[in-house]
Write a protein that binds this ligand. Structure first.
Ligand SMILES: *[C@@H]1O[C@H](CO)[C@@H](O)[C@H](O)[C@H]1NC(C)=O
Ligand SMILES: *[C@@H]1O[C@H](CO)[C@@H](O)[C@H](O)[C@H]1NC(C)=O
Ligand SMILES: *[C@@H]1O[C@H](CO)[C@@H](O)[C@H](O)[C@H]1NC(C)=O
Length: 426
């Protein structure tokens, strides 16, 4: 979906631990030596701090953590273990990366509700308003899900998590999203979608037992394909954006880890996910806001005035696909960092099978908002968006039992609950 939210994008997303750490240290130093009369107290404080630091020496090196809620400390380990505990027979323990994200929040809640153990990790970067992620975190904590504030590039942190809990599964949803933003900040795509992924796989392959991994690829890997619907066996070597290229790279990288180390891997190609708690950089968000404020909206068109279309997929359907994937993932076969037998490697489309054109999306919004939109039709600039997406979900239906919710079906609550949330954010 072409987003019209460029003006809202901050210029530097991706909260890197280093920055926070040095800020934190600077602040400590400034306060420390501001006045000699407080120096003695500070010295005592530092001694106490050092003592508590030494008490969790197994988890040194992540400087920022000396000062935060003793990450890696006894209390922290207890919170992680409690959160990972299962409450049903045959329950699974899942590490969810990107847990404060849109899909991560819904998947974590669904797992917890059926009695599985969930521990989340999220770096709360500012690609979009972090207050939305903080609000989702609150929601998760209300359901007794513990969220670690950390980056998937932090090898020690991930290792510590696996030392604390023998996760049976990893639901890897942390990623740098967005197609156009890659032209502004290409490095953040490499940092999260490639370096972060490899770091996570390195930890998983060494874990005993190895977890099975389900992760979010993207429908964008179909790139410039014109044969619809998109099937999993179609070629995916013509990406139209760096985002798509990093997701495609992820599919190759995970294949390697499956082949060499026996990790069970399931890649899910999500098609334009929408719903409550959704990402505000999606077009339906800005469309709704602008329509309600009487402002014109920009509706992109392809060459020869062809309407753009997206296979909008309701979040509940995506959650079912994610849980279905976790439940059918089988086991990873490696141990001691070595492959002991073949493990599953799967790729599924999770889409809707019925694309909605952008003008039709605007019709739907108009109907529900009871306001006429002022439409500006503009030819799509060549910035990475593809003209249409359309999923063939035969495979997901067969293997994961997925069903689909139609966006245009006004008797269905999906669009209603979505709009209610957007209203709340306006
Ligand atoms: C959809 O995918 C299945 C394989 O999962 C394939 O057999 C079928 O031919 C595809 N359908 C279309 C219309 O491409
Ligand atoms: C719309 O959704 C309702 C409730 O989910 C369902 O009963 C009905 O069959 C759907 N209609 C169409 C046209 O899909
Ligand atoms: C949409 O309809 C399906 C049945 O067609 C139903 O199971 C689902 O709960 C509905 N979605 C919402 C958000 O009400």
């Amino acid at each position: 979906m072409p987003s019209t939210e460029d003006e809202l994008f901050p210029s530097t997303p991706g909260k890197f631990k280093i920055d926070r750490q040095s800020n934190m240290l600077n602040r400590q130093f400034n306060r420390c030596f501001a006045s000699t009369s407080t120096m003695f107290l500070w010295a005592l404080f530092l001694i106490a701090l050092t003592a508590s630091y030494l008490s969790f020496q197994s988890f040194v090196d992540s400087g920022s953590r000396y000062f935060s809620a003793s990450l890696g400390g006894i209390q922290w380990e207890k919170q992680v273990r409690n959160s990972a505990e299962t409450h049903r027979s045959g329950g699974i323990s899942v590490l969810v990366t990107g847990a404060a994200g849109f899909v991560g929040t819904h998947v974590s809640l669904a797992l917890k509700k059926r009695g599985d153990g969930v521990v989340g990790i999220d770096n709360f970067n500012n690609y979009y308003d972090p207050s939305l992620k903080k609000a989702r975190k609150q929601l998760l904590e209300n359901h007794k899900i513990f969220i670690v504030d950390g980056d998937i590039n932090d090898f020690k942190l991930l290792s510590k998590l696996f030392d604390t809990v023998a996760f049976t599964h990893v639901m890897h949803l942390a990623a740098q999203a967005g197609v156009r933003y890659a032209m502004e900040n290409p490095q953040s795509y490499v940092h999260s979608n490639i370096a972060g992924l490899v770091n996570l796989l390195e930890v998983c392959k060494s874990a005993n037992p190895q977890p099975a991994i389900v992760w979010a690829s993207s429908s964008s890997v179909y790139g410039l394909n014109t044969d619809v619907p998109f099937s999993e066996s179609d070629r995916t070597d013509q990406p139209a954006s760096l985002y798509a290229a990093t997701k495609k790279a992820g599919e190759e990288i995970t294949h390697t880890y499956n082949h060499i180390y026996g990790l069970s891997i399931t890649g899910l190609r999500f098609f334009t996910v929408y719903g409550p708690w959704g990402r505000p950089d999606m077009a339906y968000f800005s469309f709704t806001r602008n329509i309600l404020q009487g402002k014109p909206i920009t509706v992109y068109r392809g060459k020869n005035r062809v309407d753009l279309a997206r296979d909008f997929t309701y979040i509940d359907d995506i959650v079912k696909g994610c849980l279905g994937s976790l439940d059918t993932a089988g086991k990873s076969t490696g141990s001691g960092g070595k492959k002991r037998g073949p493990a599953l490697y799967r790729i599924f489309n999770l889409g809707n099978t019925s694309p909605v054109t952008v003008p039709n999306l605007v019709n739907i919004l108009e109907r529900h908002l009871k306001v006429k939109a002022k439409r500006n039709y503009v030819e799509m600039p060549g910035n990475g968006d593809v003209p249409f997406t359309h999923a063939n979900i035969t495979l997901a239906r067969k293997e994961l039992g997925c069903w689909v919710t139609q966006l245009y079906n006004s008797t269905n609550a999906s669009i209603q609950s979505l709009l209610a949330l957007i209203y709340a954010k306006i």
